[in-house]
Design a protein. Structure first.
Length: 229
């Protein structure tokens, strides 16, 4: 014996599901229609906190629009400009958490370099994606920040790929920087990439060899990644 669901009940269920889906899509649409932003700096109200701001800003750098995230506890604080790794590894989101303690003492600026994160559209010419161009962008952004906050020098921090352009920028324009901090410093990029590539292949083959039925290595005929001189 079969039991039938009342026709009216089935139609109501369909309407509820449809209304819920429409509501969720509407919320997603509203979220994407809103402009991007960043949470404000929360700190006790004191005489020195009046100038505190947090801003996600589009800046014209090297002929293209690029994005920076600035946390400014006070306009007199020293500036720290952070250069992310990659190329292309945006840290705009993660550094909102990782640099929070620095914001008590510094104006911390995180930048999505051309081709990374919110600055992805800044790739106007692939031939122009060179180390020299990234160094030029770094220096141009440095001068913009110094002018904006009325300071003479800033602290430049580079991570991984960021050390390549950071060390070069400081070597070319030492007058713009208090100091340079390198994290995961790259000494010789051309020699380091093949070494890293070979190490990765060796670890993958060791992992496969330890399995009951080792899979056929797919990287056996691969060559190291190409590098420009």
């Amino acid at each position: 014996m079969s039991v039938r669901t009342p026709r009216g009940g089935g139609q109501r269920a369909v309407r509820v599901v449809g209304a819920t889906a429409a509501g969720l899509l509407g919320l997603v649409g509203v979220r994407y229609a809103l402009p991007a932003g960043t949470p404000r700096i929360r700190r006790p109200r004191t005489a020195g906190s009046a100038g505190s701001i947090a801003v996600l800003e589009k800046v014209r750098i090297g002929g293209s629009d690029q994005w920076v995230l600035g946390k400014v506890p006070g306009h007199c604080n020293p500036i720290v400009l952070y250069l992310h790794g990659g190329p292309g590894t945006s840290q705009l989101t993660s550094n909102r958490r990782d640099t929070k303690r620095l914001e008590q003492f510094f104006t911390v600026v995180n930048w999505d370099q051309r081709g990374a994160g919110k600055s992805y559209r800044a790739i106007t010419d692939l031939a122009g994606m060179t180390i020299d161009q990234f160094v030029h962008d770094t220096v141009e952004l440095t001068r913009y920040l110094l002018s904006k906050f009325h300071q003479e020098r800033l602290v430049l921090v580079g991570h991984s790929w960021g050390t390549v352009i950071g060390a070069t920028a400081v070597a070319r324009h030492p007058e713009l920087y208090h100091c340079y901090v390198g994290i995961g410093e790259i000494g010789n990029m051309k020699e380091g990439e093949p070494v890293s590539y070979q190490w990765t292949l060796d670890r993958a083959r060791e992992h496969q060899a330890g399995r009951p039925e080792p899979a056929k290595p797919r990287g056996r005929s691969c060559s190291p990644p190409p590098t420009r001189p």
